[in-house]
Design a protein around this ligand. Structure first.
Ligand SMILES: Cc1ncc(COP(=O)(O)O)c(C=O)c1O
Length: 450
């Protein structure tokens, strides 16, 4: 590896960073992370901080999870790669599929289709849901509905169901037949409704109205995150997702739960669907399935959908979709070890307990600082929305938010800024003391701009 001067001099010179302006990355070079231990990361200057981002909502077990590292090393020795396209499989992926079947049994999901990440998982679920309807003799069911503020990744399919212009406009035109309904977001909604339960009902009414407008027999699936993550941690009322389930079932529309963030414990429950007490037709997972140590994902499929595919006699169920790295043996081995550790450590319980502490701490900070307009969270996904005026909810300016994040970093916490939201999604294994470090550093950040 070249020395630090080389790395700093060339930082961002030849790399384009995702979700960043290349010019901005040159002007404000990114933090160079060189180490990770436990729930902490270390930068090139040896500065260590608690990782309030959890990698990117994915390093649920922290950076020192040896069983995953060992499983990866062992699998690289025995079988570093082979495809699972028609005609071949591998030992790790068969074992993983059985484990996932057990894990997702309470969600009514029993089959797995493997991917290389979250956008791939969403793309897979969108495609298979269209194919499902063709198998069932409803080829006209091709449209998708989703929530404004939702984030589903960056492939054209995923971007088309995304509910945030930031990820859409530059890449339009997107896929036709994708329509969005208002999100049950009490802080910003077109109904001016602040009561979560009433708002959930208004959004469900909007869903019904959109289905009537489009025609139920033109719609393949509705896709939503159980808790909206990248859109700013939007926590629906508990009636919302079961309500969506009921409406979808009534109209023969499949429900895709995008659990790329929420699967494996982050909300405090093992899945977001279970958190809200409903069963989806597809569940998209990725991220924490390997603790971020290997790019991997799985779309879990319900018994009913599986049966339609498996009993088809016409050939319509032949799957013309898949990735070179679907079922990658190293990813599968990583996922097996990760799932074992995830269950053994009961990280869902820690996420629920530490999440309460974090949310309470954020509320205390919002009592202290006017610029915190709204605080939201469920388990270990939390956000603070920053405003320059609580009345108008005008977003706080970028440079001020930058100073807050920089000060927080200097005083011990990496936090993520998305628009005018500060998003906190730490590893699920963090302690109460780590939560306090996050809060103290944020406090220092807000104090710096008072
Ligand atoms: C809910 C959700 N879906 C899909 C994705 C896309 O995943 P990836 O970046 O692995 O393609 C993300 C990424 O953050 C996500 O949060």
């Amino acid at each position: 590896m070249r020395d630090n001067n080389f790395l700093k001099a060339n930082n961002a010179r030849s790399v384009w960073h995702p979700m960043a302006h290349p010019g901005d990355s040159l002007k404000n070079p990114p933090t160079i992370v060189t180490g990770g231990q436990g729930v902490r990361i270390t930068d090139i200057d040896g500065h260590e901080v608690v990782d309030g981002v959890g990698g990117l909502w994915n390093v649920n077990l922290g950076y020192s999870c040896d069983p995953i590292k060992e499983a990866i090393a062992k699998q690289l020795e025995s079988l570093p790669y082979y495809s699972i396209f028609r005609g071949t499989s591998n030992d790790a992926v068969i074992e993983l599929s059985e484990e996932l079947r057990d894990f997702f049994e309470p969600d009514g999901l029993s089959r797995a289709f493997y991917t290389s990440g979250g956008s791939d998982s969403v793309e897979t679920a969108l495609r298979l849901s269209r194919q499902y309807h063709k198998i069932k003799g409803h080829p006209g069911r091709v449209k998708f509905l989703s929530l404004k503020y939702g984030y589903h990744g960056t492939h054209f399919g995923a971007a088309s169901v995304n509910g945030n212009a930031k990820f859409r406009t530059a890449y339009e035109p997107l896929m036709a037949g994708c329509h969005h309904i208002p999100a049950p977001f009490t802080y910003h909604n077109p109904f001016n409704e602040t009561d979560p339960e009433k708002l959930a009902q208004l959004c469900l009414n909007a869903l019904e109205a959109e289905i009537a407008f489009q025609g139920a027999n033109t719609i393949a699936a509705f896709v939503m995150e159980p808790v909206l993550g990248a859109g700013g941690v939007i926590v629906p009322h508990k009636s919302f997702m079961p309500g969506v389930r009921e409406i979808c079932s009534k109209h023969g529309i499949l429900l895709i739960a995008d659990e790329v963030i929420t699967a494996f414990g982050r909300t405090g429950s093992w899945t977001g669907s279970r958190h809200w007490g409903m069963k989806p037709d597809f569940l998209c997972s990725a991220k924490a399935i390997t603790n971020g140590f290997f790019p991997f994902g799985a779309v879990m499929i319900s018994d009913e959908v599986a049966e339609a595919f498996e009993t088809d006699k016409t050939g319509a169920a032949a799957i013309g979709h898949g990735y070179t790295y679907s079922g990658h043996p190293v990813g599968a081995a990583a996922a097996l070890a990760c799932l074992r550790e995830t269950k053994r450590l009961k990280v869902n319980e820690n996420a629920a307990a530490r999440g309460k502490e974090l949310l309470a701490g954020l509320h205390t900070l919002s009592d202290k600082y006017e610029i915190i307009g709204n605080v939201r969270g469920e388990g270990l996904m939390c956000a603070a929305e920053l405003v320059s005026d609580r009345e108008t909810k005008k977003p706080l300016d970028k440079p001020t938010i930058g100073t807050i994040a920089k000060t927080a970093y200097e005083t011990g916490a990496m936090i993520r800024v998305s628009g005018n939201n500060i998003i906190i999604s730490p590893p699920l294994v963090l302690t109460s003391a780590d939560v306090q470090t996050l809060l103290t550093s944020l406090d220092a950040g807000f104090a710096a701009v008072q």
